[in-house]
Design a binder for this molecule. Structure first.
Ligand code: HEM
Length: 489
């Protein structure tokens, strides 16, 4: 970043950096062996220091955990002048902050609401509680249990295309081995995981089938537009198109609601869009703008995240072959899902703002400050999970049952933090777990019943810095996962 930048924000940033460090604002960090941190200097008493420029570096993106360990052990509340925020990294502190939604409020998140609109993500307290439960029952409990066979069938249909007629798979997602035509490589994202969670959620929403392909376009434009990137304007335009479409749907459903049915054809209840059309909050019905925001949030919150969980889970399991075999043999997919989210979740954490001055670990965070709760770090806190960088589906310290709002802490087992905790706990936790487990079980079953083996197609996957090992997941989810499939033996 040039010190002469014309942008007022960058000028302030340059000045801040110049005052806090004699080095240039940008700094190159060497790529370290996984698990080792760059030495960023030491205080007079030997405490390791953290240079906040590390957070923007490729090194941190691929190898974040040694840096989170330094933060947890030495700076559990880290004031970062470069990003103008405080990082909170220990599991127990993050839990306490999430549960205290008065002291650590969600207003305003800012990053997403240009595209998604105003959603419950940005609300706190009573306002949040009133809107939180409008449709949540569709994502859990009996209403979801009754739809499990339908979700399973959807997975079966999508997976069948891998074998029956690969021509039905999206272009470029399957490649037949030129030497051995019995072997083929399939990209799990394009052939399954990108679309499956969206199709499941579109069904519960009651989004018309005929608009599905249009919906995928709106959805991907909105997702690409999150985070204030250059594509933000496309995301905003897609949201406006979606809103126009939903306005017509709302007018229809206000008069003629549509229903969800179970496998036997019995009605379960109104679909989410119809339910939102008939919900009353503070004496008023929701506007079509509010309904669009809810649709955007449900699909935005549930698509990429579940896609990432499926890809990361298969990537990790296939790198730990013994665990993959045990998961298939013991049908331990639920445990595999949770250990994947603990080890490598697709979502790293959530922002909060302090409502008043708060002092934590001797650091006073002034009212109105941005505080980043680092779920990635909480999930790797060795005060809670032993040897946290190890992927172990059968670890005894992780709770693998249904996620609960208070967090689970009993008999030496605790829940991971990938779905958050407290009032904003992800309402889609159970449906995403069901999607990942059902989809993976169907896929593994289809391979086994055809006598096919599966492995990572290493040649097609990105490599780490040595040019040989598979790239680590780092922060977030892998972009794609090429699998090689062929006769066993
Ligand atoms: C692996 C998959 C998923 C992950 C890791 C995930 C993660 C999260 C997290 C961390 C939050 C909390 C945000 C906060 O504390 O501010 C959240 C909220 C939310 N999630 Fe998910 N999510 C997933 C799947 C889903 C699915 C499938 C849906 C819907 C079908 C969904 C809908 C939502 C909604 C509506 C909220 C807002 C809740 C509120 O603010 O009260 N998520 N999610």
């Amino acid at each position: 970043m040039a010190a002469t930048s014309a942008c007022p924000f960058h000028q302030v940033l340059d000045e801040t950096l110049r005052a806090s460090a004699p080095e240039p604002a940008r700094r190159e960090f060497p790529l370290m062996p996984l698990g080792q941190a760059v030495d960023m200097g030491r205080a007079a008493d030997g405490t390791p220091l953290v240079d906040p420029r590390i957070f923007d570096s490729p090194e941190f993106q691929r190898n974040p955990y040694p840096y989170y360990r330094i933060l947890r052990d030495h700076h559990p509340v880290f004031h970062d002048p470069l990003h103008n925020c405080y990082w909170v990294t220990r599991y127990d502190d993050i839990t306490a902050c999430y549960v205290d939604d008065e002291g650590f409020n969600t207003i305003p998140k800012g990053m997403s609401n240009g595209v998604l609109g105003n959603t419950q993500l940005e609300l706190s307290g009573v306002e949040h509680r009133r809107r939180r439960n409008l449709y949540g029952r569709h994502l859990v409990g009996q209403a979801l249990d009754r739809r499990v066979p339908i979700i399973e069938r959807l997975a079966e249909e999508m997976v069948a295309a891998w074998f029956d007629d690969a021509a039905d798979l999206p272009e470029g997602s399957v490649v037949t081995d030129p030497v051995d035509p019995a072997r083929r490589s399939v990209e799990l994202g394009r052939a399954f995981a990108n679309e499956f969670p969206i199709r499941v959620v579109c069904q519960v929403l009651g989004f018309p089938d005929e608009a599905r392909s249009q919906f995928f376009y709106w959805y991907s434009s909105m997702m690409n537009g999150l985070g204030g990137s250059e594509t933000a304007h496309l995301g905003i335009r897609a949201r406006q198109d979606l809103e126009d479409y939903v306005a017509e749907l709302v007018a229809e459903r206000r008069v003629r609601p549509t229903y969800l049915y179970d496998d036997a054809g019995d009605p379960i209840g109104m679909d989410i869009i119809s339910e939102l059309c008939h919900s009353v909050v503070d004496g008023d019905r929701l506007s079509s703008e509010e309904i669009t925001s809810n649709i955007a949030l449900v699909v935005g919150g549930g698509g990429e995240t579940t896609r990432g969980a499926i890809l990361n889970m298969w990537y990790l399991l296939l790198q730990h072959r013994d665990q993959f075999d045990l998961v298939c043999a013991q049908d331990a997919w639920h445990a595999a899902f949770h250990e994947t989210l603990r080890h490598s979740s697709s979502i790293g954490g959530q922002p909060r703002h302090t409502s008043w001055d708060v002092t934590l670990h001797g650091v006073t965070i002034p009212a109105g400050s941005l505080v980043q709760m680092v779920d990635f770090s909480a999930n790797h806190d060795d005060r809670v999970f032993a040897d946290p960088e190890r992927f172990d589906v059968f670890r005894p310290d992780l709770y693998t049952g249904k996620i609960i709002r208070s967090g689970y802490d009993r008999d030496g087992r605790r829940s991971h933090m990938a779905f958050g905790v407290g009032p904003h706990l992800c309402p889609g936790a159970w449906i995403s777990q069901q999607e990942t487990v059902l989809g993976s079980r169907v896929l593994a079953g289809a391979l086994a019943s055809r006598g096919l083996s599966v492995a990572i197609d290493v040649d097609r996957m990105p490599k780490d810095v040595d040019g040989v090992s598979l790239a680590p997941i780092g922060l977030g989810a892998i972009r794609s996962l090429w699998l090689t499939i062929g006769p066993e033996g």
